[in-house]
Write a protein that binds this ligand. Sequence first.
Ligand code: NAD
Length: 287
Amino acid sequence: MGEIKKVGVVGAGTMGNGIAQVFAQAGIAVTMVDAFEPSLEKGIATIRGSLARLVKKGTLPQADADAIAARVKPSPRLLDAVEADLIVEAVPETFELKVDVFKRLSEATPPATILASNTSSISITRLAAKTDRADRVIGMHFMNPVPVMKLVEIIRGQLTSDATADTIVETTRKLGKVPVLANDFPGFVSNRVLMPMINEAIFCLMEGVATKEAIDEVMKLGMAHPMGPLALADLIGLDTCLFIMEVLHRELGDDKYRPCPLLRRMVAANTLGRKTARGFYDYSPST
Ligand code: NAD
């Protein structure tokens, strides 16, 4: 298993454009694919904005920023990414959508290409089973915002080979990130631990244990968390939190993962957090 010299990123949204940026910053040529032209343009604009902030701060020379931006080639066609040594999928968190991308990549790429998913909760083993190379399928779970967060959770599927895992660990280090290995269980480590904590904070609010501000303050000051769990849930999106709790509940079959009824009610009301300007806190411009 050789060095990764060319990368494809599929999906240019919140995660995809950040992933493309960090590979380009490491000197690797990237083809960033998105099926929707406006998302592709927004992805490129986000990368340029992010690099411009580094230039303004004085941490990146303008010439380097230009070179990094030039290393990311946008394309609306999946087939433009097939010459990559590694393709990282970052399309929305729907099994059918990801399977479609993995099947098409499996058919169109040479057998040596490594196929990675940035999924937060979908089984790497199940995705791998839809391809012709389960040994070369792996999870690369970047954290949001990608250019800032150091961790990449590397998830080995049931049949992921040692060579594939070694290549991805080494590549992650080249990005200046810290790889941490996990096995393919629902929610991996990050969401298996984080989401039940957020869910429990919502139970505390629903049961009147304390106010939302008090719950967040306890976790910030008492546990040294940079953000309280309810503010964090607003940032992640309550629909995403509910989706991941449902995955944990269904796939681990234990009622300790039951989603809090208040979480369900807030999602039903479309108060999803920052993205709808209203969640546990109010984010409307006037406040
Ligand atoms: P997003 O909705 O911001 O971006 C997804 C992008 O994929 C969109 O730009 C969309 O146009 C594009 N797309 C949809 N179908 C496509 C297709 N068939 N081919 C190519 N592009 C397509 O989503 P996101 O938040 O970036 O999440 C992507 C993945 O990363 C999900 O699996 C999610 O669970 C995971 N993830 C998200 C976060 C987060 O905080 N947002 C953190 C870690 C992991």
